[in-house]
Design a protein around this ligand. Structure first.
Ligand code: ADP
Ligand code: MN
Length: 355
């Protein structure tokens, strides 16, 4: 159950505002949000199931108050948490969730009206999650924005790949197995990339940033693994785009959040398990066949019986997103997705050539 008195600060966000919290298990993200974002999640979950699968699972909303007692850092890896200030939290609007029956929402006294959204933490299945936030669209503002903000965002788009390519790297964290740390690329890193060199950003995401001697530094995975990973990422963006093309949405400043397993041992273990899974009739993993009631070894497959994955990609950040029935596809976002696919295909060729 969600223990609201022991939320911890999340400091592994790739981009965006501060103030994200995790539940003690690390499986749930609690993010301050606008009413528009809640509405968009609710509408998506209730009326657009295929699209909703592209988003993190929506668990409900929370109202956070001020901490009365200090809270421990729970059992998360030190690199994913930071100390205080931590709130008490009051869950005000849970949605019923058949998929997660163990999640109990605790009612209490509402302290202030700041609303947070409770989402599945996309990074939690991974040992060393490498995270990339790609902000989508050349136009980054919704109709409600004030003229000054609109001008500011247009300038930011014009000065970055947002305008030329319809996407930009908003931030990333990359695990370096040799250094045993995450290299953090802040929002300024992605802003200085151009149409000509944006591929460098994606190489860096896979740990193939060029160092001063032009040698790749910090790659945790070998070239064949990186090539397979890049192909998986590119194919998944294509699948996401195919779903998005059928929907009538206007999403401004939304992102595609990429996560992959940066720990080479966990990466290989997961790939082996996925290969076994695919080669077994009915998609039942050998472990499950030999002991179907065993609840152990969750890494091998999740509750839905889906194969284990070495990466995940979801659409996030819907503070300026609305459903627009009758208005046709969201070309502003689709343009960015198509260019992103091209860039990822270039990455695949490059890595496959490196073999
Ligand atoms: P903001 O309005 O602050 O930009 P976002 O929804 O874009 O809010 O979230 C900011 C960052 O938090 C993202 O770049 C990502 O690293 C992290 N994040 C947000 N939602 C999730 C999630 N469901 N799972 C994992 N990480 C998330
Ligand atoms: Mn964001």
């Amino acid at each position: 159950s969600l223990s609201l008195s022991s939320l911890v600060a999340y400091d592994a966000a790739a981009a965006g505002h501060d103030g994200i919290l995790l539940d003690p298990t690390g499986d749930l993200i609690i993010k301050p949000c606008t009413a528009a974002e809640v509405s968009f999640y609710e509408a998506s979950v209730s009326a657009h199931p295929e699209f909703a699968e592209l988003m993190p699972t929506f668990m409900g909303t929370l109202s956070l108050g001020v901490a009365e007692t200090p809270v421990s850092k729970a059992t998360l890896p030190a690199d994913q948490t930071s100390a205080l200030p931590l709130p008490n939290a009051v869950l005000i609007n849970p949605i019923p969730d058949d998929r997660n029956p163990s999640l109990e929402f605790i009612k209490g006294k509402k302290i202030d009206s700041e609303t947070s959204i409770v989402l599945e933490n996309i990074a939690s299945p991974f040992t060393k999650p490498c995270i990339l936030d790609v902000k989508l669209g050349a136009r980054l503002w919704d109709d409600a924005v004030k003229p000054e903000k609109r001008a500011k965002l247009d300038l930011l788009a014009a000065e970055t790949t947002s305008k030329s390519l319809g996407f930009r790297i908003a931030g990333m964290r990359v695990w370096r197995a040799h250094e045993k740390d995450f290299k953090v690329y802040d929002k300024l890193y992605g802003r200085q990339l151009t149409e000509e060199n944006v591929l460098e950003g994606f190489k860096a995401f896979l740990g193939r940033e060029r160092g001063p001697t032009n040698m790749p530094v910090s790659a945790s995975l070998d070239d064949a693994e990186l090539a397979a990973l890049a192909r998986g990422l590119a194919d998944r963006v294509t699948e996401i785009r195919n779903v998005y093309e059928k929907e009538e949405i206007r999403a401004y400043s939304a992102s595609l959040l990429f996560v992959y397993e940066g720990d080479p041992v966990a990466f290989r273990k997961t790939l082996d398990a996925a290969t076994l899974y695919r080669n077994t009739p009915d998609g039942v993993s050998p472990d499950e066949q030999s002991d179907l009631n065993s609840g152990e070894d969750e890494e091998e497959s999740d509750e839905d019986g889906a194969p284990p994955r070495v990466f995940d990609i979801r659409l996030i950040d819907f503070a300026h997103a609305t459903w627009r029935p009758g208005q046709g596809p969201d070309e502003n976002v689709l343009h960015g997705m198509r260019n992103l696919e091209k860039t990822l295909r270039e990455l695949v060729s490059l890595l496959e050539g490196a073999d």
